[in-house]
Design a protein around this ligand. Structure first.
Ligand code: 5AD
Ligand code: SF4
Length: 472
């Protein structure tokens, strides 16, 4: 922390939305802490409030504007007391709204997109000098190269797990999604840089790295010699790092799920048996309207291949119900895919029109009550599958990375290879280590366990993916 000679300024950061945003917020908090800010957990006394926004969910921009309304009242109160708190909006809503944000909410002092977080101290200095700051340029490869390391990976000195961004942006233009507009074109970092950074993380005590990207399996980094490398190449190279015990990656598109990547799940021991592969819908006509460029049968064929390569793999997905024009029969097709695959975990959403995306203009919008009913049915099925998956690991002994304090004294929390959250009776001294844990109880969303000293591999029945009746 820089000595300032006066009480530290206080910053409050509120994070909305995806994993990338949560970690971006942590980076901003680290950066602000190193600039002398105290990070607080309510906006009331803050000298700086940052809303790190997400554009994916329903009415995202409207929610941000109503939060800004509350913050404006806060700011007026603070001004009456002689303080002048800054209000900043970061993330995808900021990127999408730009100047419009300051027009609609004049109390806002700064608007900046996901690519400029590393310049935050300079942006704040400009705002403190009275400027309304708007920084929402699109990223380019050169700019990504210019980013300091702290914008690329997220870890803290104590952390056993880290997220490493290897790819950003997306060129797929699914017709419901804002990401190609807010995060820009797809680009990949160079493999050398990624490896360097991974080495540094491992040297700092990290034993699990999750590779991040909006379209991570489209990764195509070019090395110094001009040779291209895909995600399986990168995973193989990373697996060679001494001391690295676990690798994960997220989030993927079925179109980029190559046989080589499937084989990596069989061949790379430290690649964890977990795959988040969104299908969105089980109906081919809807998949086509979504511009997903794959069929349900192609997705199920990938499932069959990946389960042949790694029979115990835990599968996760994203689903959208009530996409414009979705009929009852098409929704039923989604349920059939879910029944066929058997998910360990999943995220499901009602379709919500995002301004500027093609599907938002469709005149076949599905009525809200129909969407709500479909979502409830889908979620009941998915919840049941998650619980069943969790129960299948009951009594098994699994290696658990104990990466944080548990809910109660005497407990640590961690993750199984299948990314299940687990509370373990274990002493604090084991924080940051991988231990063999016997699963004593399975809940719908998490597990409980105690330390074990012998290993009994978990027994999963490899599910046979039924391809009959599904035509491509
Ligand atoms: N409506 C509902 N869900 C959406 N997602 C993205 N855009 C929308 C939208 N307009 C979901 C998709 C995606 C996940 C990150 O968010 O399922 O995979
Ligand atoms: Fe959005 Fe993912 Fe489709 Fe890209 S692939 S447009 S990020 S849903």
């Amino acid at each position: 922390m820089k000595p300032t000679g006066r009480p530290p300024e206080k910053a409050y950061i509120r994070s909305y939305g995806c994993q990338m945003n949560v970690y971006d917020s942590e980076r901003m908090a680290d950066l602000l802490a190193s600039e002398g800010y105290e990070i607080i957990d309510a906006p009331g006394d803050a000298d700086l409030v940052i809303l790190n926004t997400c554009h994916i969910r329903e009415k995202a921009a409207e929610k941000v504007y109503s939060e800004l309304g509350r913050l404006r009242i806060n700011k007026e109160r603070a001004r009456a007391e002689g303080r002048n708190p800054l209000i900043a909006v970061a993330g995808c809503v900021a990127q999408a709204e730009g100047e419009e944000m300051i027009r609609r909410a004049p109390a806002v002092d700064l608007v900046f997109g996901p690519q400029v977080y590393h310049r935050l101290p300079r942006l704040l200095a400009r705002a403190r000098a009275g400027e309304k700051v708007i920084e929402t340029e699109f990223p380019t490869e050169e700019k990504f190269d210019a980013l300091p390391n702290d914008r690329r990976s997220v870890t803290s000195t104590r952390a056993a797990t880290a997220f490493l961004t290897i790819q950003e942006g997306c060129d797929k233009f699914c017709t419901f999604c804002v990401v190609p507009y807010t995060r820009g074109a797809e680009f990949s970092r160079s493999p050398e840089e990624i490896l360097d950074e991974a080495h540094r993380l491992v040297a700092a005590g990290v034993s699990e790295i999750t590779l991040l990207g909006q379209n991570v399996n489209a990764f195509h980094g070019v090395d110094g010699a001009g040779r291209g490398h895909d995600l399986p190449d990168l995973l193989k190279a990373l697996a060679g790092i001494d001391g690295l015990a676990r690798l994960r990656y997220t989030t993927s598109h079925p179109r980029d799920m190559t046989q080589k990547l499937v084989a990596a799940h069989r061949d790379i021991e430290i690649l964890m048996p977990y795959l988040h592969l969104p299908i969105q819908s089980g109906a081919d006509r809807i998949l086509d309207a979504m511009n997903r460029k794959h069929t349900a049968a192609e997705y199920l064929a990938i499932m069959a291949d990946i389960r042949a390569a790694r029979p115990d793999i835990a599968i996760s997905s994203d689903f959208i119900v009530g996409f414009p024009g979705e009929t009852d029969a098409e929704f039923e097709a989604t349920l059939r895919v879910v029944e066929t695959v058997g998910y360990a975990q999943a995220y499901s959403f009602k379709y919500s029109p995002r301004p500027g995306t093609p599907a938002a203009d469709s005149n076949e919008q599905v009525p809200e009550p129909v969407k709500a009913e479909r979502l409830a049915r889908l979620q009941a099925l998915l919840e049941g599958q998650q619980f069943a998956f969790n129960r299948a690991t009951e009594t098994a002994i699994l290696p658990v990375l104990l990466d944080r304090a548990g809910r109660k004294d005497g407990q640590l929390a961690g993750r199984t290879p299948y990314l299940q959250a687990i509370q373990v009776e274990a002493p604090v001294a084991l924080l940051g280590t991988i231990q063999q844990v016997r699963v004593t109880k399975a809940g719908p969303h998490s597990l409980f366990g105690s330390l074990a000293d012998n290993t009994v591999p978990v027994k999963f029945e490899a599910r046979t993916v039924q391809l009959e009746g599904v035509t491509s």
